[in-house]
Ligand binder design. Structure first.
Ligand code: ADP
Length: 241
């Protein structure tokens, strides 16, 4: 697979209606943890190919919102559709298929220390059902995109934080996702390295990937041609309902 060939195909039988379909639709979503309500009545639509920032201070509900989208948490009330699939109605056996369409980049990189860079990416590609014969080329291309093709056999602890995050972006991109969710992706990085990681996300976006970045860092907002919505105490502002 050629990562440079974004925007990628969205399926052989894709119709115009499919490509016009929002990637994410949230309708009056609430998320409660016991007596604490982390999200109140959140409605949001993310179009295919959009770059969206979700801002807000710590504790506003940004991580919770992303976790709902990648099915790491269940919704308390309301509905979420990802690529037209209602997350509350999806049969359990189809959840892995939906997860394959979603890549996540975390603040703390989440690379496996005892696996090489190559193995870290291969593990995710295999979990997402990539054909084994395409895996080496996809990894090479993804590492080339982030400028780390010489680090394939390095172990993450030997890399700087910025390099580890670039590997995490490569891992996310190699999976060829419909949507890439990034939770404070620059939170552990210095300004210069943060800008480099943002530039990579912008590059992926230009190639057709839908990107949602949660951040409390307003400095990032000027770095991408993105729509901005903000969360405050679990309520979303600036979104079209
Ligand atoms: P942010 O990402 O904007 O910092 P979070 O989504 O992490 O915000 O948290 C939103 C609110 O939900 C906070 O009050 C937080 O304490 C609470 N919260 C998040 N996760 C859990 C959890 N697993 N159990 C209980 N409360 C949680």
């Amino acid at each position: 697979m050629n990562l440079n060939a974004f925007p990628r195909c969205v399926g052989i039988n894709t119709t115009k209606a499919d490509t016009d379909r929002p990637v994410v639709e949230m309708f009056h979503v609430y998320k409660r943890y016991g007596s604490r309500t982390a999200l109140y009545d959140v409605s949001l639509r993310v179009s295919r190919g959009e770059f969206l920032f979700v801002t807000g201070p710590s504790g506003a509900g940004k991580t919770t919102l992303l976790r709902l989208l990648f099915l790491d948490e269940t919704i308390s009330e309301g509905q979420i559709l990802v690529d037209g699939i209602n997350l509350q109605r999806i049969p359990r056996n189809r959840i892995p298929l939906l997860r394959r369409k979603i890549s996540v980049v975390f603040q703390d990189f989440r690379l496996i220390r005892d696996y090489t860079v190559y193995e870290n990416i291969a593990l995710v590609l295999e979990a997402k059902g990539a054909s084994p014969r395409h895996v080496p080329a996809r990894i090479r291309q993804a590492l080339r995109m982030v400028g780390l093709e010489d680090c394939a056999h390095a172990y993450p602890p030997r890399l700087s934080g910025g390099e580890q995050q670039r590997v995490a972006v490569a891992r996310a991109a190699a999976a060829n996702p419909l949507i890439l969710l990034a939770d404070e992706p620059t939170g552990n990085l210095d300004t210069e390295t943060a800008d480099m990681v943002m530039a990579l996300l912008i590059r992926l976006h230009r190639r057709g990937t839908t990107i949602v970045v949660a951040t409390h860092d307003d400095r990032l907002l000027s770095k991408a041609p993105a729509r901005v919505v903000s969360l405050a105490e679990g309520r979303l502002y600036g979104a079209q309902a």
